[in-house]
Design a protein around this ligand. Structure first.
Ligand SMILES: Nc1ncnc2c1ncn2[C@@H]1O[C@H](COP(=O)(O)OP(=O)(O)OP(=O)(O)O)[C@@H](O)[C@H]1O
Ligand SMILES: [Mg+2]
Length: 329
């Protein structure tokens, strides 16, 4: 499988009144052509800021301070703003949680989609409009000719997200970044939208980074998973391995807190303790203060030194338990 995107040592920090927030602090990721990479972690772990950093859309005071984002042989962090504008929507596109907030409220949806073909592909207005209607049909909008004339407020949440997906995939990008694309929708609609995303990506050969805090969404959609904790990746595995044999104690805790069908289970976030506040981020393992394994085995290295990403079956894990013996002596 050939690699499409490779992220190394990405750091995005916020200078705030109460100090420096290291929202993304040395993230490594890779995405292969056509695959779905799930990016999962608790609220505040840095998933959205990571996603925005990849296409350089972090707003101030956020600042990318280190790393490489290799895409198509080019480091996007070194590209000109003009190159980025050209790239966004065309070769890399994004879908967000709140579809209506991303649509222009005063323009008809058909015209908004058509605009993409006109701007990026030099299509005539009429040809672009035809393509827009075709796309609306493809994403399952009923009566697409009529709906093309609707304004965003006339759509349901599910329909608006379908329109966003149509826009994101209109130009057949190589990579789609979807940040919690179904979180704002009803449960029944969620599954339909995820299926649609997967199917369209497969049709167009588009790879996807699917950002979510929901392991159920990951199980349904991802091929490979990166687990994020406090601004870092702590585990990266093929999806089946992650669920069958999670290695990092944080991943295990996440899975244990997942609702199981037919029984009331604690929700995600039920892991004892909380993510350390920015000012008190441990210089060693960031999960150590909450880690049951560390406590049980009484491991001292965890609170003294930061573990690297060590190879485990099918992927990597940032845990001293997975370090080769020579690393811990
Ligand atoms: N404008 C900002 N100023 C200061 N800190 C920020 C800002 N935006 C984000 N952060 C911090 O960056 C960290 C990561 O935020 P991010 O939105 O990426 O989390 P997330 O994993 O996407 O969470 P969620 O699941 O809630 O969407 C958080 O600790 C947040 O407080
Ligand atoms: Mg987020």
């Amino acid at each position: 499988m050939s690699e499409l995107l490779q992220v190394e040592g990405l750091k995005t920090h916020f200078q705030t009144e109460s100090g420096l927030v290291r929202a993304v602090d040395g993230v490594d990721l890779s995405v292969n052509e056509g695959e779905v990479l799930g990016l999962v972690g608790e609220s505040g772990s840095g998933k959205t800021i990571t996603a925005l950093s990849l296409i350089r859309l972090v707003s101030p005071p956020g600042k990318i301070v280190a790393g490489r984002v290799m895409f198509g042989g080019q480091d996007l962090l070194q590209a000109s703003e003009r190159e980025m504008v050209q790239l966004r929507g065309d070769r890399i596109s994004m879908v967000f949680q709140q579809p209506k907030a991303s649509l222009n409220p005063v323009r008809r949806v058909g015209a908004q989609i058509a605009e993409l073909f006109i701007h990026h592909r030099g299509a005539s207005r009429r040809a672009a409009m035809n393509q827009a209607v075709e796309l609306l049909a493809r994403v399952g909008i009923p009566a697409p000719e009529r709906k093309a004339l609707a304004y965003p407020h006339e759509l349901s949440g599910g329909q608006a997200q379908r329109v966003m997906i149509a826009m994101a995939l209109a130009l057949k990008p190589r990579l789609l970044i979807a940040d919690e694309p179904t979180t704002a929708l009803d449960v029944t609609i969620q599954a339909q939208i995820l299926d649609l995303l997967r199917e369209l990506c497969r049709d167009t050969g588009t790879a996807m980074i699917l950002v979510t805090h929901d392991l159920g969404v990951i199980a349904q959609t991802a091929d490979r998973v990166s687990v994020m904790y406090a601004g870092q990746i702590v585990e990266e595995r093929p999806v089946a391995r992650l669920f069958d044999d999670p290695r990092h104690p944080y991943t295990r805790a996440l899975l244990a807190s997942m609702p199981v069908q037919g029984r009331v289970a604690p929700r995600l976030g039920a892991i004892p303790g909380s993510v350390p506040p920015p000012g008190r981020m441990p210089a060693a393992c960031r999960f150590a203060p909450r880690c049951a394994v560390r406590a049980e085995r009484n491991m001292t290295i965890c609170t003294h030194e930061m573990p690297a990403l060590y190879p485990v079956e099918g992927g990597v894990s940032r845990c001293w338990c997975d370090a080769p013996a020579e690393a811990t002596t």
